[in-house]
Write a protein that binds this ligand. Sequence first.
Ligand SMILES: [Zn+2]
Ligand SMILES: [Zn+2]
Length: 126
Amino acid sequence: VTPQRRVVAEVLDGEHVHLSAESVHLRSQQRLPEISLATVYNTLNELVAMGEVLEVSTGTGPKRYDPNVREHHHHIVCTTCGDVRDVHPGGAGGLQLDDADRAGFDVERVDIVFRGRCGTCRARTG
Ligand SMILES: [Zn+2]
Ligand SMILES: [Zn+2]
């Protein structure tokens, strides 16, 4: 394991962590000042390919990187500040498409994004 990979893995640790590559870079530089954005991108791609980090598209803004690969989960995204949290909607694992809707697809994964204003943004603007 290279120092770069170790630092990126340390930055991507914790609950509800969904950082953009730029945020991973900023935080990594606090531990390893010479680390470049290109190295961070390469390292993130390696971690994704190894299955240690998930790539999350929230539909707005840059891709996020998520270390929570242990449990399948979905996301709730703040439409004001972009904060992303893990959610486990009841029954989502059992979402089914009937054969006509599936149109011959082999469904491998379901990603649901809930959107709305987070508690902090609601408190700020009332
Ligand atoms: Zn917010
Ligand atoms: Zn997540």
